[in-house]
Each structure stands twice: as C-alpha cells, then as structure tokens.
Design a protein around this ligand. Structure first.
Ligand code: ATP
Ligand code: ZN
Length: 291
C-alpha cells in the first residue's frame, strides 16, 4: 500500500459488474484515472483521490474500518456484510433484485408456503433476516456460487439469488417468485469522516461532482425553431425544468427555443411539438448540471 499522501481513498470493484460503470461515473466527474492493469491502488492525476480496486465483498468492511474513506458497492453486499457504513447516494446503476426462485412447476401463494423448505443462497444473512422478520421457519443453505443448480442437485428446494433478466433461472427450470431485496450501486462513506476536515472537504467536492453528473443524466438539452404565431402553443408543451430560453433569429418571425427537459419526456412530446409547428428539433446530452 502507498504511503499516506493526504488523498481521499475510494474503493471500487476490481473486476465485475460494477467496475465499468463506477469508472465511467468517475471519468464523467472529470477525473483523469491512470491505467490500472493489475494494481491495487491507482492515483487520479488531477484530483486528490486514490482508487482502491477490491473484490466487492471486501469493500463495505474496508470502508467501515476507514482503510478507504469511500466506496462504491451494491446495496446487497452492504446488507449481507452488515458493515457499519453510511450510504451517501444511490448511483442509478447495478440495479437488480434478490429474489426467491422456485421450480417452474411449483406455485407459491403465500409467504408461509416457504415454511420447512430448504433455500440455497449466497446471501445467508439477508435471507435469514427476511425469513425471521416474516416469521418463516425455513432452512438456509449457504453456498457461494452457482446457487441456481442447487434444486436440481437436490441440495435445496428453492433458491434466493440476484435476478436481472431471469435467463439463468430459465436454463435451470426455475422461475422468480418472492422479492426479498431491491438493490443498486451506492456511494458509501466511513463514519466520522467529518472529523477529518481536509478529507471531508474533498469528499464534499467529489459528491457535488457526482450529483451534477447524475442530475445531468436525467436531463437533456432540447432546441428547436418556431414561428412567432406558434410560440405560445409550443412553450405550453415543453416540460422544462426552468423557464425555456426564447431567442429571436435573423429570419423575421422565427424564434429558437432552448430548454432543459427530463430525458424520458422527449418521446412523449416530440409529435406534439411537430404538429404545433416546431421545426429543426435537436436533443443533446448534458455533461453536468450544477444546481
Ligand atoms: P467479486 O469478484 O468482486 O466478488 P462478484 O462475482 O461477487 O464479484 P458481480 O457478479 O460482479 O459480483 O456483481 C457485483 C454486483 O453487481 C452485485 O453485488 C449486485 O449489486 C450487482 N448486480 C447487478 N445486476 C446483477 C445480476 N444480474 N447478477 C448479479 N449481480 C448483479
Ligand atoms: Zn463478490
């Protein structure tokens, strides 16, 4: 490990489903990250930040113990490790559900149908807590990989595993049933960080960059041209975050409208805009929004 250099340390997954999105988020924050190859610690060239590349299961504990002040990891892993860390921000990627899955030919009507069953999982803590909270008596069978094979091997009746598309389940003649936990990647911080003023200030600055990137993702920059007589009608359609900008153009009676809109609204309004007389409609991505 490197000597202390006053940099804040952020732990991210070394090689897995969260790695690419975590790095992309940091790059969008304008951080210039060295090539990491197989290094454990990598510096950011233009920021007082070091990246620690770890297995995701280790990240909550490293952050709890203050080895890294910050981490990016799935909520599922935080809950499973029961680490004492603070969740700062949901990051909008790595979304998945931890679900109980059952053989295709079985039907579950009530949670109580789980009583006396054996459920295989690599999330024994989350599952045990869930069963306990719902007063279900079932046996939790802890296995660390290929959980979906457990029913056909006769090790368990059901499984509890992460599901996104359900394809792996289908291959094993299983179907998703009860939802135990919804998860996405989150930014976590070590407790007591506010006592280290210098590091805390770096954290606050990084957080505001991350927030501005996340805000920008939710919005798009919309531009179009409109004739004067259609102006009010078109302005009435635009679900703009703030009042749109209206600019007169060189051609008489023609105006340009610029507005920031929620990304998902665009396809709802584009036909309406066209029939109200808007032309030259452009939709552009936004890199940052500082609120
Ligand atoms: P590591 O080698 O770091 O221990 P891993 O194999 O435990 O990696 P990954 O499969 O890379 O972990 O998943 C990392 C995280 O990605 C999960 O904890 C979860 O939060 C999230 N995730 C999102 N979609 C899925 C999915 N379909 N299956 C599994 N995890 C998913
Ligand atoms: Zn893992």
């Amino acid at each position: 490990m490197k000597k202390e250099n006053g940099n804040i340390k952020l732990a991210i997954q070394k090689d897995g489903r969260l790695t690419e999105n975590s790095l992309q988020l940091l790059k969008n924050c304008n951080l210039d990250i060295e090539k990491f190859n197989d290094k454990l610690v990598v510096s950011v060239r233009n920021y007082k930040l070091d990246l620690l590349f770890l297995r995701d299961d280790d990240i909550p504990e490293y952050v709890q113990d203050g080895v890294a002040e910050l981490g990016i990891v799935g909520e599922d892993v935080i809950k499973e490790t029961k680490a004492n860390v603070k969740i700062v921000k949901k990051l909008g990627f790595g979304k998945c559900n931890l679900r109980i899955a059952i053989p295709e030919n079985v039907d579950i009507k009530n949670l109580s149908d789980l009583n006396n069953k054996r459920i295989a999982t690599s999330y024994p803590n989350i599952l045990s807590d869930y069963l306990h909270n719902n007063k279900i008596e079932a046996k939790v069978v802890h296995i660390s990989g290929s959980v979906e094979a457990a029913p056909s091997l006769g090790i368990a009746d059901y499984i509890c595993d992460l599901v996104s598309t359900g394809n792996t389940l289908k291959l094993n003649k299983l179907k998703a049933s009860i939802n135990v936990l919804e998860s996405e990647a989150v930014l976590i911080k070590t407790k007591g960080l506010d006592k280290k003023i210098e590091t805390y200030n770096i954290f606050l600055n990084l957080l505001s960059r991350i927030e501005s990137v996340l805000n920008a993702k939710k919005s798009k920059y919309l531009m179009m041209n409109v004739e004067k007589e259609s102006l009010n009608q078109v302005l009435g359609i635009i679900p703009s975050l703030k009042s749109p900008t209206v600019l007169p153009l060189a051609e008489e009676n023609l105006f340009a409208i610029h507005a920031v809109i929620p990304s998902e609204k665009f396809w709802e309004i584009v036909d309406e805009l066209k029939s109200a007389g808007a032309s030259g409609i452009l939709l552009l991505p936004i890199e940052n929004i500082v609120l």
